[in-house]
Design a protein around this ligand. Structure first.
Ligand SMILES: [Zn+2]
Length: 157
């Protein structure tokens, strides 16, 4: 949910005087027209340069090495961490022990829960059929979208 920001409109922003995110009136936009340049704090009525709110987007702006912030990143971001992916992958390895992996071919069709062997990424598990010709596959290190049924005609539907 992002509505277009315009002068006269309102936005959440960090107020240096209030030392918190407050509702601001937009006084002026910057050259890109996408970010407010000058804002007026509704709480203290102070006019100042726009600073992104610290609660939401602000967290991402302060980029620190992934390892140092892994704990907080895991809690806040919805993207699974490499450790979490590996754990899921490992669980699937156990679950599918005994299932023969099929060699991944871009021209073949796959179903959810198929086990595949990719020449670059190794052992993978089809976690989702994204489209008739796209599958989501969980590998040891990442979840990847792969092509399937390449060269075939889409189902007449
Ligand atoms: Zn203020």
């Amino acid at each position: 949910m992002s509505k277009a920001l315009t002068p006269g409109g309102e936005c959440e922003a960090w107020c240096t005087k209030c030392k918190r995110d407050t509702l601001h009136n937009i006084v002026a936009m910057d050259a890109t027209g996408k970010t407010p340049a000058k804002v007026l704090c509704r709480s203290c009525k102070g006019e100042h340069k726009y600073r992104a709110p610290k609660s939401a987007a602000g967290e991402k702006v302060t980029k620190r090495p992934a390892r140092a912030t892994r704990k907080s990143a895991e809690a806040k971001s919805s993207a699974p961490s490499p450790a979490a992916l590996y754990k899921r992958w490992e669980e699937l390895v156990g679950k599918h022990a005994g299932t023969a992996a099929q060699r991944y071919k871009v021209t073949a069709g796959y179903n959810t829960a198929d086990v595949i062997e990719h020449k670059d990424f190794g052992l993978g598990f089809v976690t989702e059929e994204l489209a008739w010709n796209r599958i989501k596959v969980l590998f040891q290190d990442a979840e990847r979208t792969l092509l399937a049924r390449h060269g075939q005609n889409p189902p007449a539907a």
